[in-house]
Design a protein around this ligand. Structure first.
Ligand code: NAD
Length: 483
């Protein structure tokens, strides 16, 4: 077996007011390698004093950072981008060890993070206000855009580097400071981000990193009067709880929540290409991707061809350790995701679904689950209505345009959607009809630094991509003056 030689898993720390703090004298938890079930590291939990220290440090740093010039902020972000590229191999190893994804996917994730840092370095220099012509001579009317203040950010384990760096560079670029709680299950990439910003010259207190019991940390940070903005990426139920708390305190939120993205394949599409692309996207990161195509609707005449090709790809995927160079799909990130996958499959099975490929945990150590394809599963089944967030793909038939639009829009989610067709009429009508924050037609083209990324309906609000990103981190001040 050709394997990647991984360096030792890094030590893990809190990062408060410019200081790295280890486990001594603090509660801590084991970080497990999902490919083996064995511990790889120990993660310290923040005490209440640590969190308060982080909040005060972020508040103090904000008074200086908010006044820094955009050019200065841009330089820090650019240096961070260079350091990300330099350190990408070691950061990617850490991700493969604590999160499980194949090393090549982890490396691509980290390199993509460098692009986010670079793009925000450029774009933060273009946060402009405007001048509105007055009604009365001698009056000046200015619209200023100011950083909102200290942000509390909560990032998930599925893209531990990417999700955190997006929030960090957007907040810092806008002139905000932040306290970040990363994913306790896959923390090494976020500790690496703190190191990168120290070396890029970010002043102490601008970025702080805490860990702990997620609900306790988020409750403490969101309730703090120091925090003015919350940014969360994770599940819909948790997002609703955090948004409710933030709303009761009148705090701004960006919410990047789950999805259950429909992929609609018309019979006029290039069916083989659609099946290849969708199968590869579906099993990327073992399906633990919020924009994964997770409900495949195929028009009747193309159904058998599509299913055959998709199933062929799924059954040929090599599942194994992310350190093995041949591996195409790693383990699920947590043991708890295994029974969740089984419950989707049991429900589909009870309701007449046909398991064409996979359907079971792979025997042995680690959270390995077979890439799974299920057909003929009813629309009201668990698999067709709840986000699977794993390597289980349902494929069903449809007859007509209006019918499939209704079925695609029937869920409360509205994150990504996919359409495959050669007819421009279908493409345009679908892009108008789908209730989703992002529509991909005939290709996968989302999650770039320069394009908006976000959902509608229960999938959340706000964007973490494109120039829209900064809107979440800025407030508007109107100044009117009579000379
Ligand atoms: P979960 O709902 O327990 O946790 C999801 C994420 O939120 C984790 O990173 C967790 O640490 C964090 N979290 C949980 N409770 C929190 C709280 N009260 N305050 C702050 N953070 C909190 O689910 P899980 O088993 O870890 O993940 C599976 C589900 O999470 C999936 O169904 C998927 O919808 C969702 N998820 C979505 C994304 C995304 O990119 N939108 C990423 C990861 C997970």
């Amino acid at each position: 077996m050709d394997t990647v030689t991984a360096p030792a898993y890094p030590d893990l720390f809190l990062f408060v007011d410019g200081q790295f703090i280890g486990i001594e004298g603090r509660k801590h938890q084991d970080v497990l390698n999902p490919a083996t079930g064995q511990p790889v590291g120990k993660l310290p939990h923040a005490t209440v004093e640590d969190m308060d220290h982080a909040l005060l440090a972020a508040q103090r740093a904000f008074e200086t950072w908010r006044r820094s010039s955009p050019v200065e902020r841009s330089k820090v972000l650019r240096r961070a981008a260079d350091l990300i590229r330099e350190r990408a191999p070691e950061i990617a190893h850490g991700i493969t060890l604590d999160m499980g994804k194949p090393y090549a996917e982890a490396l691509a994730e980290v390199m993509g993070g460098a692009e986010h840092a670079e793009w925000h370095a450029e774009e933060c220099r273009r946060i402009y206000g405007r001048v509105i012509p007055p009604r009365v001579d001698g009056v000046r009317q200015l619209v200023l855009r100011e950083p909102i203040g200290v942000c509390a950010a909560f990032t998930p384990w599925n893209f531990p580097f990417n999700q955190a760096i997006r929030k960090v560079v957007a907040a810092l670029g806008a002139g905000c400071t932040l306290v970040l709680k990363g994913p306790e299950d896959a923390p090494s990439a976020v500790v690496a981000i703190a190191r990168i910003f120290v070396d890029a010259g970010l002043p102490a207190g601008c970025l702080n990193l805490v860990w702990g019991v997620p609900a306790e940390v988020s409750d403490h940070l969101i309730r703090s009067p120091i925090v003015r903005k919350i940014s969360f990426t994770g599940s819909v139920p948790v997002g609703k709880q955090l948004a409710a708390l933030a709303g009761s305190l009148m705090k701004r939120c960006t919410m990047e929540l789950g999805g259950h993205s429909p992929a609609i394949i018309f019979d006029d599409a290039d069916i083989e290409r659609a099946a290849d692309l969708l199968a590869n996207m579906k099993y990327r990161n073992a399906g633990q991707v919020c924009v994964s195509p997770s409900r495949m609707y195929v028009q009747e005449a193309a159904y058998d061809r599509f299913v055959e090709r998709f199933a062929q790809i799924a059954s040929g995927l090599k599942v194994g350790s992310g350190l093995d160079k041949d591996t195409r799909m790693g383990p699920l990130a947590h043991q708890r995701r295994v029974p969740t996958m089984e419950s989707f499959i049991d429900d589909a099975d009870r309701r007449g679904g046909k398991v064409l490929v996979g359907g079971t945990k792979i025997d042995g150590a680690g959270n390995f689950f077979s890439p799974t394809v299920i057909t003929d599963v009813p629309d009201d089944s668990k698999l067709m209505t709840q986000e699977p967030f794993g390597p289980v793909a349902p494929i069903v038939r449809f007859k007509a345009f209006d019918e499939v639009v209704k079925r695609a829009n029937s869920l409360p989610y509205g994150l990504a959607s996919y359409v495959f067709t050669r007819a421009s009429r279908n493409a345009t009508a679908m892009s108008n009809a789908l209730e989703a924050g992002m529509v991909n037609i005939n290709h996968f083209g989302i999650a770039l630094s320069e394009t908006p990324f976000g959902g509608v309906k229960d999938s959340g609000y706000g964007s973490e991509g494109g120039t829209e990103t900064f809107d979440g981190y800025l407030v508007t001040k109107f100044v009117t003056a009579l000379n």
